[in-house]
Design a binder for this molecule. Structure first.
Ligand code: GRF
Length: 213
């Protein structure tokens, strides 16, 4: 069995997708806790109806408290899903390789908080999603998985947002499952899967175009 915690500051739609998909399809993974830094986060409501305990981090010593929670729960992965805080260097160093994040663009294009809006305004014809390990920069850690989305220039921003979120919800849980089951090494900026056997690892072959599902 694997256990993970999810950190979210906002709506929590990725958190909900992860909980539902682990319950349905990846049943050896348990979401032990939602951790948030915002008392009004809609993610808290979702945790209540999903029956997942949540913790609201205090304003002071936020990451010390988080560290204590991690020490107690000992999750296999710390999953960021719309957690709007830069993680301090000491925390990243202590947990490097265990903290993952999802970002709504093809990094390194459009890092930061307004990626979808910026990609839309720029008029890009291809954008997508990135799942990466967290380092102490803003959306700069080693890339685990990316998936592209061709953009129709006639879409409005809401349409683009909807398609990006669909991709996030489709891929985050399978990638988390892959990380938990497939051996890999982080070599500098590269995440190398050293053994691609096993169904869980298919997700990384899909991304590389080696295997069309
Ligand atoms: C997602 O677009 C994610 O890529 C970004 O924050 C957003 C969170 O959305 N990091 P939600 O709270 O999961 O609905």
């Amino acid at each position: 069995m694997y256990n993970i915690v999810v950190l979210a500051s906002g709506s929590g739609s990725n958190f909900e997708a992860i909980v539902k998909q682990t319950r349905l399809y990846f049943t050896d993974i348990t979401v032990s806790m939602l951790i948030t830094d915002k008392k009004n986060a809609f993610a808290i409501k979702r945790s209540e109806y999903l029956g997942i305990p949540y913790t609201l981090l205090p304003k002071h010593r936020r990451f010390r408290v988080l560290d204590e929670i991690i020490d107690t729960i000992k999750p296999h992965l710390i999953v960021l899903a719309g957690f709007m805080r830069i993680i301090p260097r000491w925390f990243v160093e202590e947990h490097f390789g265990k903290i993952v994040n999802i970002h709504p663009s093809l990094l390194p294009s459009f890092p930061g908080m307004h990626a979808i809006r910026q990609a839309y305004d720029y008029g890009v014809r291809v954008t997508g999603i990135t799942i990466h390990f967290v380092d102490s920069g803003v959306d700069t850690g080693p890339i685990i998985f990316q998936y592209p989305l061709m953009v129709n220039p006639e879409w409005d921003i809401e349409k683009l947002e909807e398609y990006i979120h669909r991709l996030e919800h489709r891929f985050y849980t399978p990638v988390i499952n892959g990380l938990l089951h497939c051996p890999y090494e982080i070599r500098g900026r590269k995440v190398i899967f050293t053994d691609n056997r096993g169904d869980a690892c298919d997700i990384f072959r899909v991304e590389r175009g080696e295997h069309i599902p």
